[in-house]
Write a protein that binds this ligand. Structure first.
Ligand code: 5GP
Ligand code: ZN
Length: 136
């Protein structure tokens, strides 16, 4: 827990939230400034700023809960988003997964997708480098 963290305060019921689902490890609640109806957040109860700060057993519960929320809302189009770092649009430094319904072109998440040209040599070199560094 982090004393100044807004999401830790929600976990501890120190500030209110529209909670949707709670397990010993995680919590889901409605986003206070939704991009669309049903926009919700799933968080680990453990405080950690970024994805790599959170233990696997907590992370592994988060996507199934996002799936439950999407199913309960009956949405067909939606984005699952998890931001890490300011430049990557993270403003609350407690890991959270967004479940953002996409009901139409204007509501929900807007995505900029700045594709680079395919460079097979670069991809091959990166592939080799990463394969040797990834821990199984
Ligand atoms: P980020 O940009 O960090 O990925 O998203 C943080 C999200 O948390 C935003 O969508 C924002 O609306 C939401 N949020 C920030 N403060 C609160 C709060 O006090 N309560 C709730 N329910 N959501 C919050
Ligand atoms: Zn926190």
């Amino acid at each position: 827990m982090s004393a100044n963290c807004i999401f830790c305060k929600i976990v501890k019921n120190e500030i209110p939230a529209f909670k949707l689902l709670e397990t010993p490890k995680i919590l889901a609640f409605l986003d206070i400034q939704p991009l669309s109806r049903g926009h919700a957040l799933v968080i680990p109860k453990t405080h950690g700023a970024k994805l790599h700060d959170i233990p696997d057993d907590e992370l592994s519960e988060m996507l199934p809960v996002a799936k439950k929320l999407a199913t309960a809302l009956g949405v067909t189009d939606y984005n699952i988003l998890q931001n890490n770092g300011r430049i990557a649009h993270q403003f609350v430094d407690h890991v959270h997964v967004h479940m953002i319904p996409k009901p139409n072109e204007t509501e929900g998440l807007g995505v900029k997708w700045p594709m680079q040209d395919t460079d097979m040599d670069k991809l091959k070199a990166l592939h080799e480098e990463l394969k040797s560094k990834i821990e199984n």
